[in-house]
Design a protein around this ligand. Sequence first.
Ligand code: 0O2
Length: 259
Amino acid sequence: MNQEENNALTEALENTLSTVQDDFVRESLMSDSFLDFVEQNTKPIDQMFAYYRCAILEVETKFNVLDESLSVQLERNPIESIKSRVKSVESLLRKMRRKNVPLNLSAIEENIHDIAGVRVICSFPDDIYELADAFLAQDDITLIKRKDYIKDPKPSGYRSLHLIVEIPIFLKDGKRNMKVEVQFRTIAMDFWASLEHKLHYKHDLPPERAKVLADELRNCAEQIELLDMRMQAVRNEIVTYNEENPKDASFPGFPMFDE
Ligand code: 0O2
């Protein structure tokens, strides 16, 4: 076959493929039965996502309350920021495919634990455990799973404390328990994870270069762990000094409140 015939054949094949694709979309994805299926299923899915957004609101409120109350005792806010998200549909479908989850809502709620995600960014490593303990001690929180990637970092170098918890949300017609993944990190751990996440998904390097960069990122994670430990040590020294040298705040003879 000469070049001209080859080009003509390629073009004919591409046209046929395009027609087949078009027919498939019209007959399957635009068929009455599929559109009826979408209509019937959209509302329960929207409802499920709304319940997860409610659960996020409940968890965020708990951390805002903890931050506010601990700020008096610690004389600083242990939480730097809170970031929340409901998992994207694409990410949810990928995870369902990976974990072979059946295509129904109760199977999704049972098997996918991070549809609602709350990330609590703390100042110091110790704050993470103090906040996690205070959160878990609340009697409407049930711990489902704990993954401590600070004590046992992932091979990538990733460090955070993950808790999967169940929390009730209160609706017009009753109570519903929802699963939420709470990730705790320091600012330094968050800095690393955010940049690593961006770099991880945006390269197409040959395997040997990818390995060199993965080693470099793991090395950065180790440096960040050291920085966290040094900042924690500075804070501990200040706290110890203040405990050993308390300021006398009471006006002599006129205590404003009883101790
Ligand atoms: P998204 O939706 O983009 O946030 P499991 O459910 O236990 O079977 P899973 O969910 O893979 O398995 O659990 P894992 O690994 O404990 O937690 C996954 C989430 O932790 C990720 O969400 C990230 O937010 C974070 N994470 C885990 N490992 C890394 C890492 O090496 N680098 C960074 N930057 N983040 C990490 P997803 O899956 O990205 O979902």
